[in-house]
Design a binder for this molecule. Structure first.
Ligand SMILES: [Zn+2]
Length: 85
C-alpha cells in the first residue's frame, strides 16, 4: 500500500528511527490495521534514506513510500488520503 509522507515538526504520525525527524502520513487505504502493518516498512524506508550515498537530509518536499515515479500530489495515497496540497 502506498503512503504519502509530509515532513512535519508538529505531532507527526511517524518519526525517523535514525534522526527522529517527524512525518505526517497520508494513506492510500483508511484501514487502521493495514496502516499499522505498513509502519515498519515506512520506518525502514526512512532508515534507507540515511544509507543512501551522499545523504544530507530527508526530502523537504512530500514523498511517497514505496517511491512513486509521478508527482507526489498525484499519487493514490495523496488523492485518497486527502492530503491538502
Ligand atoms: Zn532520519
Amino acid at each position: 500500500m502506498q503512503v504519502l509522507c509530509k515532513p512535519s515538526d508538529k505531532s507527526p504520525d511517524v518519526s525517523c528511527p535514525v534522526c527522529n525527524k517527524g512525518f505526517l502520513l497520508y494513506w492510500e487505504r483508511s484501514s487502521k490495521i493495514q496502516q499499522l502493518a505498513t509502519l515498519p516498512e515506512i520506518r525502514q524506508a526512512l532508515r534507507e534514506h540515511h544509507e543512501a550515498p551522499g545523504f544530507i537530509s530527508h526530502p523537504d518536499a512530500d514523498f511517497n513510500i514505496p517511491s512513486w515515479s509521478g508527482l507526489p500530489q498525484f499519487s493514490a495515497a495523496a488523492l485518497l488520503g486527502g492530503a491538502m496540497l
